[in-house]
Design a protein around this ligand. Structure first.
Ligand SMILES: Cc1ncc(COP(=O)(O)O)c(C=O)c1O
Length: 462
């Protein structure tokens, strides 16, 4: 039965009770990656002291480690001024833009941040969605160094039909991308009729939890702007650095400022093409508050947000409380320091248990992830075997991990482990389950003919 007689460019026919939606609406009916279904199921039956058979969800980038501090603080920031009931500025209210700029400037950007260059929306997801809408046409491509955060695919394609172009690192010991690899990816995409429009980098990284060296950021930046590509640096984990690391965190804005000062880039081009995303979800454990922002000097983009920001605005009430919290600089500094201590403690629990069980991982120094190498538990080096292993971990260890394939990594056998969504005491139990599983699996493999030796990932931290 046709649901809409005017539909010309979509199939609106009613099938199985699900297709009263448009063609593009239908795309959203399936989760963006198969592992999301398992996450949703596992969340209905979580592990607890009274449900020892429950699941550990280690596939969601959520941190509960320091929310007690934010919780205490934000309760004291809850004033309700008479103006909260009115429409506000859809690029974000002045008070929060001031407070967030100041916090970004002080804590990680390392350059002056002008509040008039900030656009606030309901989370970085919304920022990305609006950004892709504003800068790309359907069918345009976005280059992303792999492995990358699985939901980027959804963020760019579900509404805006932008095509993700994962760029695999040639150097699989450090995973550091090069401009040459980007150039080759642009040409390969072009041969398929895809015009590359932008480069998306995440620093600190998801899923690796590592930092890009300043020289790499500079190389990628100069290459991208020379090609006329927008550069969006997602720095949502910029205040989650617990080290140690050979590289310091350097923001893309700082790299850009230096490149302009060195005469390698014009200030106008930089203003047009270089942008940063930041948000409260990760460093402050405030996923549920839905607050993110774009820093850009691009005048058209700022103007665009004035209109389109209404589709993803943050409530004035939340903005107000958050502004008060961020204005307390000594709270922010204490919080960031303490949160990094807690991240480090959990990271140590995790990696010590991996080391005790001889499980390989890529050492991290930031964010809330660990890239686990289970290649030698695969029956063969295929994504079908990775999928089987992932399911076994789900069913036997009752742990949900993010498979490497979902992160667009080219080699099977890697998994992203999110370790901040539970207290360290629960993490110990989760680790014991995972290492028991791995040991049992190894014993079985050995009895069937031995393990395959694989190059150990080199530490890019020390
Ligand atoms: C790199 C990265 N960007 C963006 C997001 C989305 O964050 P938000 O909750 O602000 O939408 C995430 C969440 O996991 C992320 O890891």
């Amino acid at each position: 039965m046709p649901m809409n007689g005017d539909a010309k460019d979509g199939d609106y026919s009613y099938k199985g009770g699900r297709t009263s939606l448009s063609t593009r609406g239908k795309r959203a009916l399936e989760p963006f990656s198969p592992y999301i279904k398992a996450v949703n199921e596992a969340k209905k039956n979580p592990w607890s002291l009274t449900n020892s058979d429950g699941y550990f969800v280690m596939a969601t980038a959520e941190s509960i480690l320091s929310f007690d501090l934010v919780h205490d603080k934000i309760r004291g920031c809850r004033e309700v001024p008479a103006t909260v009931g009115l429409y506000g500025n859809f690029r974000g209210g002045e008070r929060l833009r001031n407070a967030i700029s100041r916090m970004m400037e002080r804590t990680f950007m390392g350059v002056e941040v002008d509040p008039s260059h900030i656009c606030i929306s309901s989370g970085v997801t919304a920022v990305l969605d609006l950004f892709f809408f504003a800068t790309c046409n359907p069918g345009d491509g976005c280059l992303i160094p792999a492995p990358y955060f699985p939901a980027f695919d959804n963020d760019m394609s579900i509404r805006n039909e932008v095509i993700p172009i994962p760029v695999q690192p040639t150097d699989t010991r450090t995973y550091i991308p090069t401009a040459q690899e980007m150039e080759e990816a642009v040409l390969a995409a072009e041969s398929k009729g895809i015009r590359s429009r932008m480069l998306l980098v995440t620093n600190p990284g998801n899923p690796l939890g590592t930092l890009y060296p300043e020289a790499t950021l500079k190389e990628l930046l100069l290459w991208a702007v020379k090609r006329g590509l927008h550069v969006l640096s997602d720095e949502i984990y910029a205040n989650s650095k617990f080290g140690p690391s050979v590289d310091e965190f350097v923001s893309m804005e700082k790299v850009t400022k230096n490149a302009v000062a060195e005469g390698l880039l014009s200030a106008d081009t930089a203003a047009e093409l270089v942008h940063t995303a930041y948000g409260m979800s990760k460093d402050f454990g405030m996923n549920g508050f839905r607050v993110g922002c774009l820093h850009t000097k691009n005048k058209d983009l700022l103007e665009f947000w004035q209109n389109m920001g209404m589709f993803a605005a943050v409530s004035n009430d939340t903005q107000h409380a958050l502004a008060i919290m961020l204005e307390d600089e000594s709270f922010v500094d204490r919080y960031v320091q303490e949160n990094n201590k807690r991240l480090k403690k959990s990271y140590d629990v995790l990696t010590k248990s991996f080391e005790a069980a001889n499980l390989r991982y890529m050492p991290a120094c930031a964010a809330m992830f660990c890239w686990l190498d289970l290649r030698n538990l695969l029956t063969e080096s295929t994504f079908a075997a990775e999928d089987c292993l992932w399911k076994e971990i789900l069913d036997e260890a009752r742990i949900v991990l993010t498979p490497g394939q979902a992160c667009h990594y080219v080699e099977p056998g890697f998994f992203r482990v999110c370790y901040a969504s539970m207290a360290p005491s629960s993490l110990e139990i989760a680790c014991a389950r995972l290492t028991r599983f791995a040991e049992k699996k190894r014993r079985k493999r050995k009895s069937r003919g031995g393990e395959v030796e694989i190059d150990i990932i080199v530490r890019n931290t020390h």
